[in-house]
Design a protein around this ligand. Structure first.
Ligand code: NCD
Length: 309
């Protein structure tokens, strides 16, 4: 297969295993490109991309921008804090105004779940979801699986535990879809209050004991507690959370095997993971960031090649 089955990347839910394989194969090529002295290819010289960020972001925004620039696309950036959204403009009006300046692709982060799907139905551009509320964050899940494949050879058959605030995490949901699509075994672990009801229906198991989860897994993906999405208290105190779900060197040393540690960032050092663990050889956190650029180049390149036809 040489083209994606979709015209937009709105969520992992909408793509196939063949799409994932094609994205990874393309990312392998771009990873080689970005390690060359000249890190740029002219592939998207005639494509203009708008990065619309209605929610805070550091690494995802920079990663998309670098990916676009390394493909030689023209790039415009927009963040809600400095835009007319504050003056009451609707999302469709904002985006249509930008598109009338001949923009071909929109990368959007938005606090509302489904914002990307909505936009793809109303505007004429290829849409990439860079995180829609607590719903999906497809490129993060792709770069996470790509990093597992790089470290362990393959994703199929591996035991992966996702630890922390599953309820508010778009990274968790997209990862569950992506990992299941590739035939991994998935558990989620965290306080009961932060695990969505009926999550087993997605084919994952729930484990509320961190030690047991770690003894089972090959990879632990540690998520941040999303305080900004909580309107009530989901656990008694941060101290108690750390005692039960914080990943420390002591726990890792007490396991009789080595596991791979991941984190999408931003890290709350000393909460979900200690600095010692985050900076250790077990952690592939910076590999994830590096792979993010290659994976996003692959996604943008493959979607852009569908626009040109
Ligand atoms: C995540 C996000 O924004 O969804 N971060 C990221 O994209 N690298 C996770 C988080 O904010 O905790």
């Amino acid at each position: 297969m040489s083209e994606l089955s979709v015209d937009h990347l709105l969520g992992i839910k909408y793509i196939t295993k063949e799409d994932v394989d094609l994205i990874f194969k393309t990312a392998d090529h771009f990873k080689e490109v970005i390690n060359r002295p000249i890190k740029k290819v002219p592939s998207l010289r005639d494509i203009t991309i708008a990065n619309l960020f209605f929610e805070n972001s550091t690494r995802t925004r920079l990663s998309f921008e670098l990916a676009e620039k390394r493909l030689s696309a023209d790039v415009v950036n927009f963040s809600a804090a400095s835009s007319s959204v504050k003056k009451g403009e609707t999302l469709i009006d904002t985006v249509n105004n930008i598109l009338s300046m001949k923009v071909d692709m929109v990368v959007m982060r938005h606090p509302n779940p489904g914002a990307g799907v909505f936009l793809s139905q109303h505007v004429n551009a290829s849409i990439v979801n860079a995180g829609d509320g607590a719903h999906e964050h497809p490129t993060q899940a792709l770069l996470d699986s790509y990093s597992i494949r790089e470290r362990l050879g393959e994703v199929t058959g591996k035991n992966i535990v996702i630890v922390g605030d599953i309820l508010h995490s778009r990274v968790a949901l997209s990862n569950i879809f992506a990992l299941k699509l590739q035939g991994a075994n998935v558990k989620v672990c965290g306080p009961k209050t932060l695990i969505p009801k009926h999550i087993e229906k997605l084919g994952v198991e729930v484990e509320t004991n961190l030690r047991k989860a770690l003894e089972w897994c090959d990879v632990a993906n540690m998520l941040r507690v999303q305080n900004e999405r909580m309107d009530i208290s989901y656990f008694p105190s941060t101290r108690e959370y750390v005692q039960q779900f914080g990943l420390t060197k002591d726990i890792l040393d007490s396991l009789n095997k080595e596991i791979t540690i991941m984190h999408p960032g931003p890290i709350n050092r000393g909460v979900e993971i200690t600095s010692e663990v985050a900076d250790s050889d077990h952690a592939i956190i910076l590999d994830q960031v590096q792979n993010g650029v290659a994976v996003r180049m692959a996604v943008i390149y493959l979607l852009a090649s569908k626009i040109k036809q």
